[in-house]
Design a protein around this ligand. Structure first.
Ligand SMILES: Nc1ncnc2c1ncn2[C@@H]1O[C@H](COP(=O)(O)OP(=O)(O)OP(=O)(O)O)[C@@H](O)[C@H]1O
Length: 235
């Protein structure tokens, strides 16, 4: 019984602390645990969210390297985390309108956890077992392409530059799209030097196209007008 409670708490803690990848969350959980006696007198380990090991401005990769917090890996992990958060907010607006594609957004958030795991595992210090656990395959890219094609078929062709607009669902999907492009910029140099899988870069590149298409689709479904670019008048 105690073991089951402990495990459940640990699993929860993986979500609390594993901002970038559940995989290395597990290690943190172990370091962050403390014990107390339950009503029945059994020892229960309660995980803490903080280890204080990051206080000096360094943190760990999944391969166990200690690197400064401004390292390109943590920049990319942070940008990926921001992206998932932006998608999460957009998903809530879309849910309010009853859009069925919120399931796709949730799947994408799960894939972004895998993006984080891959980025947090620099190939230069990864063992074969690390690489096997965090390999990023091409299926998520194919899924995005299928979804983009499906929505594009229903949308009127683009004849103007559009501005982020078209109601709250659409505008928040545009915010997510812009954050996605930042995540792509931060991951690109890591992939270029061979420290993360190429498929991760392809995924982020396709994801911004998906979010753009979905923003337009959401506006269309909600009957919201998209603002178009008009050249400001010169005086
Ligand atoms: N500021 C950050 N931005 C992006 N990723 C981070 C940042 N800080 C840590 N990480 C990554 O996220 C993982 C979990 O973050 P966590 O906050 O537990 O790390 P920490 O700051 O090293 O530890 P602690 O918060 O316990 O002092 C780390 O192992 C590291 O890979």
């Amino acid at each position: 019984m105690a073991a089951a409670v402990t495990k459940r708490l640990h699993m929860r803690c993986i979500f609390w602390t594993g901002q970038c990848a559940q995989l290395y969350g597990i290690r943190h959980v172990c370091r962050k645990s403390r014990s107390f006696a339950s009503k029945s007198g059994e020892e229960v380990r309660v995980p803490k969210i903080y280890t204080k090991t990051g206080d000096k401005g360094f943190s760990s990769t999944f391969t166990g390297e200690r690197r400064p917090k401004e390292d390109s890996i943590f920049e990319a992990l942070g940008a990926t985390d921001e992206l998932s958060s932006a998608i999460g907010l957009a998903k809530e607006f879309c849910k309010d309108k009853g859009h069925p594609f919120t399931e796709e957004l949730e799947k994408i958030q799960c894939v972004l956890q895998d993006v984080g795991s891959n980025v947090a595992t620099p190939h230069s210090s990864a063992r074969e077992s690390h690489r096997a656990k965090t390999k990023f395959n091409s299926q998520p890219v194919s899924d995005l392409e299928g979804w983009i094609d499906k929505y594009t078929e229903e949308l009127p062709p683009l004849t103007n530059f559009i501005l982020p607009s078209g109601g709250k669902s659409s505008a928040s999907l545009h915010v997510a799209r812009a954050v996605c492009r930042r995540a792509e910029r931060s991951v690109a140099p890591i992939v270029r030097i061979g420290e993360a899988d190429h498929e991760v870069a392809r995924f982020l590149n396709r994801l911004s196209d998906y979010l753009f298409t979905l923003a337009r689709y959401a506006a269309m479904k909600e009957g919201e007008a998209e603002s178009i670019y008009r050249r400001p008048e010169r005086h």
